[in-house]
Design a protein around this ligand. Structure first.
Ligand code: ADP
Ligand code: MG
Length: 624
């Protein structure tokens, strides 16, 4: 019988390290959270080669006493948690006392620290978890940790690492999220020597958003502040006219922690229903606070999921707060026009200085138990109309009416009642060979969306031109095994992506090229797009790349299944759209395909045509 032995410390540490230290981004997260816990006001992080060879975090927090340096690297060594009861009232971010032990087990670490008010600091070197001697050293107050050669002693783990650029982008994502959840702390990130992010740390979320997410995003935001019951919501949301191609810019924090949440996305998007263009998504940076007991925080530190004790109060608080703000912006107001123009023309430096000067006093808590919303001054002047999309037919018309629900399009069908007595003319058999008789007569187009035709059997057909064309494009793309025709862009496009999407895109540059998009890494989560498919409109190109990247990120596990998804995107974006002008020749070509029965449904399963018999129409007019 094999002997049962306890694993030696090194092996145990390696196993534990696998849990906490997945990739450079997880190291960065632990070190940054430690710095925040230490009360720092400024953090500088630096990475080389995606953080795999070099990752440094410097803070000006409380520091660690020299004799405590080795202790900090022991497993379950923490200054933050003493009893099991403490678990219930976690105030600090890290709480397992494992991070430093785990990180040092799989890398070479140097730590340099001086306690606040102390004359001298100390340094310590660790290699694969084994600590050297603590030596006195001169250094600034605070702590610097340098992690070199991550996974040098665990080659199996090393194999899982993506390209440096993808790892670096993931680190950038972590720093971005922490910077947005701590506007009172200045974050600076250097990536291979270049500064990719620098927030002022002036306590203003707006400054952090501007510095971390860029001017283009920050210029089109509405401030949000409100509460419902015990749930408080504040931050910024996208102006309805400036929706994004994906959900990448929906950034949520719950009690200060970055989370991904379908519930929160749904609440946000529901508020924009009928206000945002089809296929566009609102972005946001929203902080949601809920009582600690109403949320499950005891999840794996690397996970970003959140569980609420009750979903509805949270959904409602987000939904109503955002809705109020969107409605408020439609009301005439004349706030700080001059101010807004200034904002628009500021450089990042000027902006930081300005934000610092005009920092408002801390906001008062809104009253509990009702939905309150404070229509704060808009950042930029905006147009009056937000009713971007309105293709719904007149009431009472039996129609397939696409409506936007939660950002996804659903179609409601109002089916006319079945005939009671009068025999109906032979319905056209859709699956038959193309009819020998005359082609459908095209009567015209209504709502710039639906083509109306009449066939030889006195039946009227409504054709959704986008759905039909999308199907035609999809079938053609799917049948075509040749690479797609590309067009060079005179000025390359830059497309900002979230960390996951960007990593997936960079891993799949060849796949994107097959779809006609020639892209390269532009650093900092941005893709540079040099060529796009010949039949994609320039104004749709960025949104298409965003969507493809998101689908690549989601479909990682199943590249084969992902292909159809990607085809959907390209087909949809290259198809004529509802609301666009369509020439008679284009209409005729579409109608021919539909009439032949070759296409029945769009690639998403919605019908492309709708039949109204003569009897249906007579019923409507009470003739039958
Ligand atoms: P935890 O954060 O869960 O306590 P860690 O392994 O991350 O566990 O850190 C162990 C201990 O080392 C912390 O509890 C803290 O006392 C100390 N420490 C780590 N990083 C810093 C830092 N940047 N500044 C001050 N103290 C730190
Ligand atoms: Mg920690």
């Amino acid at each position: 019988m094999p002997e049962i032995r306890q694993l030696d410390k090194h092996v145990a540490d390696l196993i534990a390290a696998g849990e906490v230290v997945e990739r450079p981004a997880s190291v960065a997260k632990e070190l940054l959270e430690n710095a925040l816990d230490a009360g720092t006001s400024a953090i500088v992080a630096e990475i080389e080669r995606g953080g795999l060879t070099y990752l440094r975090v410097t803070d000006n927090g409380c520091g660690i006493a020299p004799d405590q340096l080795p202790t900090a690297f022991l497993r379950h060594a923490t200054s933050k948690l003493r009893t099991a009861e403490d678990l219930a009232a976690i105030g600090t971010l890290g709480f397992r006392g494992e991070a430093l032990a785990a990180i040092s087990a799989v890398s070479r670490v140097d730590i340099l620290s001086r306690q606040t008010g102390s004359d001298e600091g100390a340094v310590l070197h660790l290699e694969g978890g084994a600590a050297g001697e603590v030596r006195p050293s001169g250094c600034p107050e605070g702590t610097t940790i340098v992690v070199r050669d991550l996974f040098y002693n665990t080659p199996a783990r090393m194999k899982f690492m993506k390209k440096d650029s993808a790892e670096g982008t993931a680190v950038t994502g972590i720093v971005t999220h922490l910077a947005l959840s701590h506007p009172e702390v200045s974050f600076k990130l250097l990536r291979d020597g270049a500064e990719v992010l620098h927030t002022p740390g002036d306590g203003q979320l707006q400054s952090a958003v501007y510095a971390a997410l860029g001017r283009d995003f920050a210029l089109h935001l509405l401030p949000i502040r409100g509460s419902g019951g015990e749930v408080q919501v504040n931050g910024f949301v996208t102006e309805p006219l400036h929706g994004h191609g994906t959900r990448a810019r929906q950034i949520f924090f719950v009690n200060g922690r970055f989370v991904k949440s379908q519930l929160l996305s749904a609440a946000l998007e529901e508020a924009y229903r009928n206000q945002i263009m089809k296929g566009k998504f609102p972005g946001c940076v929203l902080h949601i606070s809920v009582p600690v007991r109403a949320v499950d925080v005891n999840v794996h530190p690397a996970k970003t999921v959140v569980k609420f004790a009750a979903d509805k109060p949270v959904f409602d608080a987000v939904y109503y707060t955002v809705l109020d703000a969107l409605n408020a912006q439609n009301r005439p107001a004349a706030p700080e026009k001059r101010e807004s123009a200034f904002y628009q023309s500021m450089t990042a430096e000027q902006f930081r200085a300005h934000a610092h000067q005009t920092a408002p006093p801390p906001a008062k808590k809104p009253p509990v138990g009702s939905y309150t919303s404070r229509p704060a001054a808009p950042i930029v002047p905006r147009g009056q109309s937000t009713q971007v999309r309105d293709v719904a037919p007149a009431p009472g018309v039996p129609f397939a009416a696409p409506v936007v629900s939660g950002g996804r399009e659903v179609t409601y069908h109002i089916t006319p009642p079945a005939p009671a007595k009068k025999p109906e003319p032979e319905p056209v058999q859709q699956t038959m060979e193309p009819p020998a008789e005359a082609p459908w007569r095209i009567v015209g187009e209504v709502l710039k969306t639906y083509i109306i035709c009449e066939d030889a059997h006195r039946t009227v057909w409504l054709i959704d031109k986008h759905a039909a064309h999308e199907r035609i494009r999809f079938d053609a793309l799917k049948a075509n095994t040749e690479p797609m025709m590309s067009q060079f862009l005179l000025t390359p496009l830059t497309v900002d992506l979230d960390a996951d999407s960007c990593a997936a895109a960079l891993e799949n540059l060849a796949v994107l090229e097959q779809f006609g998009f020639v892209c390269e890494d532009f650093g900092g989560g941005t893709l540079l797009v040099r060529q796009i498919p010949a039949d994609i409109r320039l104004e749709d190109a960025a949104a298409t790349v965003e969507e493809l990247a998101r689908k690549l990120a989601l479909g990682r596990a199943d590249p084969a299944g992902a292909r159809d998804e990607l085809l959907h995107t390209v087909a949809c974006k290259s198809a004529i759209k509802a609301g666009m002008d369509t020439s008679p020749a284009e209409m005729a070509a579409l109608v021919k395909k539909v009439q032949s029965g070759e296409i029945q449904y769009c690639p998403h399963g919605r019908p492309v045509k709708y039949r109204l018999t003569e009897y249906d129409i007579e019923k409507m007019f009470k003739r039958a």
